[in-house]
Ligand binder design. Structure first.
Ligand code: FES
Ligand code: FES
Length: 211
């Protein structure tokens, strides 16, 4: 058993080693904390063309293209459905290709050409695809419609550009403008109202697909 003098020495050693530990972890903590204390660049300036107009933004790096359009540029025609790339409501065209804008960061689009539903047409001067949706009753509540229309226009261009889909049979031949191809390519655009057959009629009219 330790005598009182030995106990006192042990206690002193313990205090010394504890102080050393605190000092070391304090230094280590400082070293780790330092980068967080540095001024970090959390925003980025970007310049892109939206519906033919050059727009400049200084956005939080985490801002999606969808939020940049809706919250910063107040172009609320593009809809937020799932915000997870599952519904297609947020579809816009970037350099002519359709994009789920909820899955794309705004800062990735510096210099790009973005087209939203507002850039396609307006009352009295509708884009032919918008007119076809009206003619064929391609919507009910209309929430999915801006995304459906942007997607429809881009789908026709995809087929013309011979970009294959999962149902393209012969990859060595020109992709065919068929209802089968259109159905497959539009499958990422969900319509809770179930206006699918009318949407297909509208696209078929513009694409020249015979029933
Ligand atoms: Fe983008 Fe649903 S909101 S896919
Ligand atoms: Fe209502 Fe498509 S028209 S969700």
């Amino acid at each position: 058993m330790q005598n009182p003098i030995q106990l006192e020495i042990s206690r002193r050693n313990l205090l010394v080693s504890s102080a050393a530990t605190v000092a070391v972890t304090g230094v280590a903590g400082k070293a780790v904390a330092q980068p967080a204390g540095r001024a970090m660049n959390l925003t980025t300036k970007l310049s892109f063309t939206v519906n033919g107009e050059i727009r400049e933004l200084d956005v939080d790096n985490r801002t999606t293209l969808l939020d940049a359009l809706r919250e910063h540029l107040h172009l609320t025609g593009t809809k937020k459905g799932c915000d997870h790339g599952q519904c297609g409501a947020c579809t816009v065209m970037v350099d002519g290709r359709r994009v789920n804008s909820c899955l794309s960061l705004a800062v990735m689009h510096d210099g790009d050409q973005v087209t939203t539903i507002e850039g396609l047409g307006e009352p009295g001067n509708l884009h032919p695809m918008q007119g076809a949706f009206v003619k064929h009753d391609g919507f009910q509540c209309g929430y999915c419609t801006p995304g459906q229309i942007c997607s429809s226009i881009a789908v026709i261009e995809e087929i013309k550009a011979n970009i294959p889909s999962h149902v393209t049979g012969d990859l060595t031949a020109q992709a065919q403008m068929t209802a089968h191809e259109v159905r497959e390519r539009m499958s990422g655009n969900i319509c809770r109202c179930g206006a699918y057959s009318n949407i297909l009629d509208a696209i078929s009219e513009i694409a020249g697909i015979k029933a």
